[in-house]
Design a protein around this ligand. Structure first.
Ligand code: ATP
Length: 186
């Protein structure tokens, strides 16, 4: 099973990785991290470029044979509507059925999605439970997977960098090195 885990990943952190590993385990799935060029629901300017976010993801997935980075959205027009992305993947990989992973917060926004009615034809939906967020009810949600609660967000990581605080253990070491080397989030 091929599961897509979309997000801005600005930057990828242990909350994403722990959740993805738990889903890979529960579903026997391969996880493709799908960095968005621009999130339709996140209009704020990104701290890192799309290319930098993808590079940090490459560093984060290295060594995990069930993880990879899917760069398809980086070449699509913005904003990165999920339905548009799924169509591009279907065209590139005909016959491949995808599972779309959503955090509970993202699942709560489903009704506002561009062309949400086309989703069932394009992918199955799996929601993973994130700490402190209730699971919304939506007819398209097929399955809910519990993941270990990790109370880390990219906002927290960026804020800590901005304040000169340590982000060690909040992101993989290679990602931490990349953030320092590129002077991100200062
Ligand atoms: P930001 O703080 O910038 O809003 P974020 O940490 O929520 O970012 P995103 O890239 O927006 O990260 O997240 C992509 C997906 O990962 C979302 O569906 C979100 O629910 C999920 N996610 C983010 N952080 C965690 C976490 N700590 N545990 C489980 N899932 C998470």
């Amino acid at each position: 099973m091929e599961a897509l885990f979309g997000g801005s990943f600005d930057p990828v952190h242990i909350g994403h990785l722990v959740a993805a590993e738990a889903v890979a385990d529960a579903l026997g799935a391969t996880i493709r991290f799908l960095p968005a060029r621009e999130q339709p629901f996140k209009r704020a300017a990104h701290g890192a470029t799309a290319e930098q976010r993808a590079e940090m993801l490459e560093l984060a997935v290295a060594g995990n044979s069930r993880f990879r980075v899917e760069r398809v959205e980086l070449d699509l027009p913005t904003p990165s509507y999920t339905v548009r992305t799924l169509r591009a993947l279907a065209a590139r990989e005909p016959g491949n059925r995808f599972t779309l992973l959503l955090g509970a917060d993202a699942a709560g926004e489903l009704s506002g999605w561009h062309e949400v009615e086309a989703l069932p034809g394009l992918a199955d939906l799996v929601v993973f439970a994130r700490a402190g967020v209730a699971i919304p009810h939506h007819p398209l949600i097929g399955r809910v997977v519990d993941v270990p609660a990790v109370d880390v967000s990219a906002t927290l990581v960026r804020e800590r960098v901005r304040l000169g605080r340590s982000i060690r253990y909040l992101v993989p070491e290679a990602v931490r090195g990349y953030i320092t080397a590129h002077g991100l989030y200062r």
